[in-house]
Design a protein around this ligand. Structure first.
Ligand code: ADP
Ligand code: MG
Length: 347
């Protein structure tokens, strides 16, 4: 049967024509869409990165307009740069440089005092495996500089003089070194602290969901569009491969490894995580990832657990309720604290 011809009105109406009220609604929607795009009022994910503390810091903000997210990220970068200025050993005006040069008690910023206070807790709990006065040792090895080298044992002994639990004595914001020769190094904790401060800035700006990643020192706020964050942990021996993936809520996750800053002599890998008991890079681990409430704590615990190795590292983590660990020992064996097992996926 032949289809009947369409009614007159329909034949005169082109297919794309919309009745006036509908057309108006579409125009309003298009206009709204354009305005939001042009003025940055639409909510979208925004990621920006900047180099701070010698590493790429990436901040991703979710659920805010581009304008709001951008302003909050700028503020977060600014606070991180301020922490760097206080804690870098390379600027003579920094707290760390002034402390290293100090012959007697010195008053430092509230931020530096807070970092040292947390570091003291980890130093005591790790029986000195975490030590904030290894500045001379770090300088001697030059792992992060142009000309790294294996020092003599006499040089190592001299660089370790006066180090050990209680080498920095703090009273509020006043710090005194046990020996005037000690050089302070907050490299094992300062980056995590800067990440925490950035997170606080974002939260104050009304950001509910965000991720801050400072070269493996990560802090997560909220969730990822109603789902957990998924964080990939770099395999310590296979470039570009993941060791594991973690499903996490709002928390901090920090990795210390021997695979990024190192040099080799005679097939031996010398890296930047020193055992204060020997003055040599610790050989007990390949990588340690710590999940904790703050990035500063996770940072210090990851460094300390790396130095201590699997047994001591897991024992140290037990002293910090809520903190969890994935540790890859020197022989490649994996050790996961009980509280994290449900969050780990192995590839
Ligand atoms: P990164 O993320 O920069 O690799 P880590 O948190 O792994 O930093 O810590 C490495 C840094 O910690 C070293 O460069 C040094 O400044 C410092 N460090 C090395 N050994 C120790 C230690 N035993 N205790 C405290 N800090 C240390
Ligand atoms: Mg650390």
């Amino acid at each position: 049967m032949k289809p009947s011809p369409p009614p007159e009105e329909a034949r005169r109406t082109p297919a794309w024509f919309l009745r006036p009220p509908l057309l108006l609604a579409v125009l309003v929607l298009v206009a709204l869409f354009c305005t939001q795009r042009c003025t940055g009022k639409r909510e979208e994910d925004l990621s920006r990165s900047r180099i701070i503390m010698g590493t790429v810091v990436e901040i991703t903000v979710l659920g805010k307009t581009a304008g709001e997210a951008s302003a909050a990220i700028d503020e977060a970068f600014a606070v991180m740069a301020r922490i760097e200025a206080l804690m870098t050993p390379h600027d003579p005006a920094s707290d760390v440089a002034r402390l290293s040069g100090a012959l007697s008690a010195l008053e430092v910023s509230a931020e530096t005092a807070e970092v040292v206070a947390l570091g003291e807790r980890v130093a005591a709990a790790s029986d000195g495996a975490f030590d904030m006065a290894l500045g001379r040792l770090k300088e001697l090895w030059g792992v992060e500089g142009e000309a790294p080298r294996v020092p003599t044992s006499a040089e190592i002994d001299a660089a370790l003089e006066g180090t050990g639990v209680g080498d920095l004595i703090r009273d509020g914001q006043t710090i005194v070194k046990r020996s005037p020769d000690l050089a302070v190094d907050l490299g094992g904790i300062a980056k995590g602290y800067a990440v925490d401060r950035a997170a606080a800035v974002l939260r104050r700006a009304g950001v509910k969901s965000a991720a801050i990643n400072a070269g493996g020192d990560i802090r997560l706020l909220g969730d990822r569009n109603g789902r957990p964050w998924r964080i990939g942990i770099q395999h310590p021996r296979e470039d570009g491969r993941l060791l594991a993936t973690l499903s996490l809520g709002p928390t901090a996750v920090v990795t210390s490894g021997d695979y990024e800053r190192y040099f080799e002599v005679g097939g031996v890998r010398y890296h930047h995580l020193f055992d204060p008991a020997t003055g040599y890079p610790s050989r007990r681990c390949q990588s340690v990832t710590v999940v904790a409430e703050s990035a500063a704590l996770a940072d210090a615990l990851a460094t300390a657990a790396f130095v201590l190795g699997p047994e001591g590292g897991l024992r140290l983590l037990e002293k910090f309720p809520g903190a969890e660990v994935i540790l890859v020992a020197a022989d490649g064996s994996r050790h996961v604290s009980p509280g994290l097992q449900g969050a780990v996926t192995w590839p």
